[in-house]
Every structure is written in structure tokens, then in C-alpha cells.
Ligand binder design. Structure first.
Ligand code: ADP
Ligand code: CIR
Length: 360
């Protein structure tokens, strides 16, 4: 099924990752792409024609990847399970016999998350996002230009139907947006960055900027990214540390859009996303936070790891901290509900603040 040139590229990827060129690579792809996995999977392809090389291409080119794989289509998660399941287990801790629990967005429970830092000493802002894939459409590498344009039309229509005042807003297509506007939105943490290498090497940026864009309300507290890494990224964010308020708005948004559009869900993997790290609840709840004493400790990253928290830089994934401000979020998204994912971040960050206050 798979042509010999591609099979050779898969075999060469193994040699490269495990040779001198791959010495500095510590991705989950490198760890889990064993000879045995390659033998099992190298000749397989999905109904849409996606093969193992399509799944690993990003991690082969981006040796700084943490993970290094993407699913070109939904079938890839099952067809290439010997690779994806290992990576999913390493990243989320979801074992082969475990599955995503039912949806629990936290409705009626947002009062459990009062402001984490009421005096505003540490936390600058709070953001919760989730991802969704439109039913009937594949992931980025398998989408045509027409698919992108159709999907954009569908979701634009859905956005125009929001009835809640807080959610109402405007859709801004990337195609035709001035560079200044785009750069300002990126700098202010509202819009996805341009030219992500990991996505480009995954063939996820075809026909860019066609069909891509951002919807947001006036206050920029409710935003939706269209056709970047996932079909939709639904985002609620605001200054300060009121996690409950941010979650409340996200729930309203998710419920609002669900009335209009159907999303792809898998019984075991939950909401389907392009990257295996986002499966399940798809929730990344984060704060921008400065913890000067704690973050000066050599074991700061290990402290966060132990609390199942992920550290990112100030401009998101693969960026650096600036002025001592970090992006700290829940790490796992699969195997726990949306509510539990937010709670992981909430309890973990609460813990970090207590530790900061005890440091001398
Ligand atoms: P994602 O969260 O969608 O996985 P990124 O890590 O690239 O993607 O972050 C996207 C943008 O969201 C970046 O500009 C990042 O700085 C911003 N961001 C993340 N968390 C917060 C937060 N708590 N407050 C403000 N901006 C945030
Ligand atoms: C990587 O492997 O680094 C990128 N493909 C992004 C992976 C998801 N991000 C993450 O867990 N921080």
C-alpha cells in the first residue's frame, strides 16, 4: 500500500533519530518509534491514504519537539495505535484499558474556583481553551482548499447566532488582515503565532491563510481560533486570577457553539484533535504567573512536573519566560474530565503560590 520511497524514509528516520544527528532529540516520538513499531506499521495506510511517515514527519524535522507526532486523520489514531498509544500513555498517563470519562465541563461548579490570587501579587491573567474538530472533516494534512473555505463559512454562520451578549462578536479572517493587526493580536496573546515549524512540517499549513481566522467579542475575553492546529480552539481569558469566571464563560461559549455545529468524538479518546497531547477533554487551563523565589530554584521544573503542571514561556509553547513570567497549565487532557483538568491547574497553582510564600 505504501510506496518504497516512503518506507525508506521511515527507516531512515529511525536511523537518524538514533544516530548522532538525533543525539539532542528527546521527543516521545524518538522514545517510542522502535524497530518493532516500524515493522508493524510501515506498510499501512488509512483509507484517505495517510501513512506512518505522515504521522512522524514533524518530529523527524523538528528535533526540538517534545512529542513529534500528529494524526493526519482520525483513523490514524487506531491504525497506528502501536505508536500513538505509547505516546498517549507517556503524555497523559492513559493506559491501554482506560478511556476518556463523560463530558463534565464543570457546570454548576465554577464557584469552586474563586480567584487564586485575590491581591494580584503573582497572577497576571488566566486562560482556558479547548479544541474541537468539525464532524465530517479530516485534520489539516487531508483538507482541501475548498474544505477550509466551507468550514470557515459554517463556523462563521454559527458565530453569528450567539445570543448571549457576552459571546457576541466579530470574525476576522487572516486572509486580508494587515501584518500590524496580526502582530499586535499575537503580541497581546489573543491570536495564534504565524509559521509554527512543528505544524508546517506536519503539512498542517496548506493554503495558509485561506480559511483561517479569529472570532472575538469586544472585550477579547471570548475568542475562537479557526483552522489553525485544530478546526476550532475555543478560548476564554481575562486579566487576573478568577478561574471560575473564565470557566463560566468558556462553558457558555462551548454550549453556544454546540447548538450550531457537530463535533467529532471518540469513545476512548474523547474529543478528537490533530495532536495527541490535546485529546480527551482538550482543556488547557493556564495562568501567566511570576513566582520569583520559586522559579529561581533549580528544581522549579521538577516541582511543576510533580504537580502534573506544564511550564511554557510567555508567548506560549516553545517560547521563553520574560521578566520571570511563566505560563503554567495542566499537562494531561485525556483521561480526565474538563472540570478535572481545570481543577488540576487550580490546585497545582494554589500549591505553587503557597510554596512561594514559604520561600525565604
Ligand atoms: P495553546 O494554549 O492554544 O496550546 P500556546 O501555548 O501557543 O497555545 O498559547 C497561545 C497564546 O495564548 C500565547 O500567546 C500565550 O501567551 C497565550 N496564553 C496562554 N495562557 C495565557 C494566560 N494565562 N494569559 C494570557 N495569555 C495566555
Ligand atoms: C512538539 O512535539 O513539541 C510539538 N509537536 C507540540 C506538541 C504538543 N505540545 C506540548 O505538549 N507542549
Amino acid at each position: 500500500d505504501v510506496d518504497p520511497v516512503t518506507i525508506k524514509k521511515i527507516e531512515e528516520a529511525y536511523v537518524m533519530l538514533n544516530g548522532p544527528d538525533g543525539a539532542k532529540c528527546s521527543s516521545l516520538l524518538k522514545k517510542n518509534l522502535t524497530k518493532d513499531v516500524i515493522e508493524k506499521l510501515k506498510t499501512k495506510s488509512t483509507k484517505l491514504g495517510a501513512n506512518l511517515y505522515d504521522c512522524i514527519r514533524s518530529g523527524v524535522y523538528c528535533l526540538d519537539a517534545l512529542v513529534g507526532v500528529y494524526a493526519p486523520d482520525a483513523e490514524a489514531y487506531t491504525l497506528f495505535a502501536p505508536l500513538f498509544d505509547k505516546i498517549i500513555e507517556d503524555y497523559h498517563g492513559l493506559g491501554p484499558d482506560q478511556k476518556q470519562p463523560p463530558v463534565d465541563l464543570g457546570e454548576g461548579k465554577t464557584k469552586e474556583f474563586p480567584p487564586l490570587d485575590p491581591k494580584g501579587k503573582y497572577i497576571k491573567s488566566t486562560r482556558i481553551r479547548c479544541g474541537r474538530s468539525l464532524n465530517g472533516y479530516q485534520f489539516n494534512p487531508c483538507l482541501t482548499e475548498d474544505n477550509y473555505l466551507e468550514m470557515e463559512e459554517k463556523v462563521k454562520k454559527a458565530f453569528s447566532e450567539f445570543s448571549d451578549e457576552e459571546l457576541k462578536g466579530t470574525y476576522y479572517p487572516l486572509d486580508g488582515m494587515s501584518k500590524d493587526t496580526q502582530n499586535q493580536l499575537i503580541a497581546d496573546h489573543f491570536l495564534f503565532k504565524e509559521g509554527d515549524r512543528h505544524l508546517q512540517y506536519a503539512n498542517a499549513c496548506n493554503f495558509w491563510p485561506k480559511g483561517r481566522g479569529i472570532f472575538h467579542n469586544n472585550k477579547k475575553t471570548f475568542l475562537i481560533w479557526v483552522n489553525e492546529e485544530d478546526h476550532l480552539r475555543i478560548i476564554s481569558m481575562q486579566e487576573g486570577s478568577d478561574v471560575g469566571a473564565v470557566l463560566e464563560r468558556l462553558i457558555k461559549g462551548v454550549r453556544g457553539i454546540e447548538k450550531q455545529v457537530q463535533f467529532s468524538r471518540d469513545d476512548r479518546l474523547g474529543w478528537l484533535t490533530f495532536c495527541p497531547t490535546n485529546l480527551g477533554s482538550t482543556v488547557r487551563a493556564s495562568v501567566h504567573i511570576a513566582l520569583p523565589k520559586l522559579s529561581a530554584r533549580e528544581d522549579f521544573k521538577q516541582i511543576c512536573d510533580k504537580l502534573d503542571l506544564q511550564l511554557r514561556g510567555i508567548h506560549g509553547e516553545h517560547s521563553e519566560s520574560e521578566g520571570g513570567v511563566y505560563d503554567i497549565s495542566n499537562r494531561a487532557r485525556l483521561g480526565l474530565s474538563e472540570y478535572e483538568a481545570v481543577k488540576k491547574m487550580y490546585d497545582g497553582v494554589k500549591n505553587l503560590i503557597e510554596m512561594e510564600e514559604k520561600e525565604t
